[in-house]
Design a binder for this molecule. Structure first.
Ligand code: 4NP
Length: 187
């Protein structure tokens, strides 16, 4: 399949959302950037992150998140926290919440037509015992490792699902362009 055709079919814009935008969602953003480069996946056009609260606007990710991410090869240092805004409903195709509280906060202000965009990130990690990415802010370093483990696994799940969708869209389109000539009566 030519590169240009695949890209035109899939240019998802993905936004990760947590509470403060300094631990979980910037980690998810940095990890997904790393994974799409590693996997040579061209189906995501834009990745960003935001917080439902404004406590840390303009701040870089928490140093504990940065250190844990750097140890796995992800550089979060250039990211800056911002608050989620209504514009994000038009600017993004997928809005992935880290926990159920984030999900409820975003859903509450979502236009009906955009509600389908708002999902739990770990919906892309089927079979996991975790439904949410636990908030590591008030805990120890192990919490930051759990965030990374979950972001890596769900990020790969997201890429796999988007790849499947792209491939099935391509096959459907290719199929629909083939004239139905198998019935001898119609030939
Ligand atoms: P995050 O973690 O939502 O994963 O960025 C938190 C960061 C800051 C606070 C809470 C959670 N806080 O209360 O300041």
């Amino acid at each position: 399949m030519p590169f240009a055709r695949r890209r035109a079919l899939s240019s998802m814009r993905v936004l990760f959302v947590c509470l403060g935008n300094i631990c979980r969602s910037p980690t998810a953003e940095g990890v997904l950037r790393g994974l799409i480069a590693r996997e040579s996946f061209d189906g995501i056009a834009r990745i960003d992150s935001a917080g439902t609260a404004n406590y840390h606007c303009g701040a870089p990710p928490d140093l504990r998140s940065q250190r844990a991410a750097r140890a796995r090869g992800y550089d979060l240092s250039a990211l800056r926290a911002r608050q989620f805004s209504d514009r994000d409903f038009t600017d993004f195709d997928l809005i992935l919440a880290m926990d159920r509280q984030n999900l409820a906060d975003i859903e509450r202000c979502a236009p009906v037509a955009d509600r389908h965009k708002v999902q739990l990130f770990l919906a892309y990690l089927p079979g996991s015992s975790h439904l949410e990415v636990p908030d590591p802010y008030y805990g120890g370093v192990e919490g930051f490792e759990t965030v990374l483990d979950l972001c890596e696994a769900a990020g790969l799940g997201l890429i796999a699902q988007l790849r499947d969708q792209t491939d099935s869209t391509i096959s459907r389109r290719a199929g629909s362009s083939v004239p139905p000539t198998t019935d001898p009566k119609t030939r």
